[in-house]
Design a protein around this ligand. Structure first.
Ligand code: NAD
Length: 264
């Protein structure tokens, strides 16, 4: 059987890749030549020559993004850090132009950037609601819009959107976050339906309680409510991202991983 996906010669753009889940995805896309290697992410060594060239998007903390780029380059891969607020349409257009000129046109897009401002019903302001929708949802539309012309022309593309268990469950952040992530899954299905004949798959991954800055900074302080008794890891989310990317017959789906918190 042929490997389901080979990223050699491909270019990937990962938003919010300076830390956390996005960082793990960026590092893995640079290293994975075929899904045969997905099971051994932790053993990844000098495989970068087999992976994608990776654009590491970030909004702040340039030092962190440059360190992801340095890690990829140290293993023989190609990468560039692009500091862009992905909720800004003009900035996204410029970002994709820069990535195209420095690494090549984007074949693989991971819409991972997100924010989780914790607010209760009474405290949530209009501005905070708008920010959550712009950063967590509109950004995926803007980035997809910017990369689609090339994907459609070549009749191949892989898009993965980062949702959350909060798209369907209560979550611990607030209703603005619920709404943004539920919207992300609707956006995923909308694009998937319209691109199914064009060789482009669009799927979502919906984790719950992965140990990153987002969780450490207050969404949940204890893993006690998780049946498995621990937070998930960014590598476990990455495995789900690579799995949906590697399956050409899977589109419009949301893959959940949440330590057994729910089975929807
Ligand atoms: P994180 O806070 O560690 O990282 C978020 C990343 O997004 C950072 O690199 C940040 O700079 C970037 N970002 C934020 N706003 C941006 C903007 N406007 N433009 C560009 N980049 C921006 O969070 P994480 O836990 O790694 O989360 C990654 C994604 O996974 C998010 O979409 C989040 O909603 C989702 N998620 C996380 C969890 C979890 O438990 N950690 C659970 C469900 C979903």
């Amino acid at each position: 059987m042929q490997p389901p996906m080979d990223l050699t010669g491909r270019t990937a753009l990962v938003t919010g890749a300076s830390r956390g889940i996005g960082r793990a995805i960026a590092l893995s896309l640079a290293e994975v030549g075929s899904l045969a290697e997905v099971g051994s992410l932790a053993e990844a060594g000098s495989l970068a020559e087999a992976g994608a060239a990776v654009a590491v998007n970030y909004r702040e903390r340039a030092v962190d993004a440059l360190s992801v780029v340095a890690d990829i380059q140290a293993r023989g891969g190609r990468a560039v850090a692009v500091g862009t607020d992905v909720s800004d349409g003009a900035a996204v257009t410029a970002m994709v132009e820069r990535v195209t000129s420095e690494l090549g046109p984007v074949d693989v897009l991971v819409n991972n950037a997100g924010i989780a401002i914790i607010r209760g019903i009474d405290d949530l302001s209009e501005e905070e609601f708008d920010t959550a929708i712009a950063v967590n949802l509109k950004s995926a539309f803007l980035c997809t819009k910017a990369v689609l012309p090339y994907m459609r022309a070549q009749k191949w593309g892989r898009i993965v959107n980062m949702s959350s268990g909060a798209a369907r469950g209560a979550g611990g952040v607030g209703l603005h976050y619920n709404a943004s992530k539920a919207g992300m899954e609707g956006l995923t299905r909308g694009y998937a339906a319209r691109l199914a004949k064009e060789g482009i798959t669009v799927n979502a991954v919906a984790p719950s309680l992965i140990e990153t800055d987002m969780v450490r900074s207050g969404v949940a302080s204890s893993p006690a409510r998780i049946p498995m008794g621990r937070f998930g890891t960014s590598d476990e989310v990455t495995q789900a991202v690579l799995m949906v990317m590697g399956n050409a017959y899977m589109t419009g789906q949301t893959i959940q991983l949440n330590g057994g918190m729910n089975f929807m």
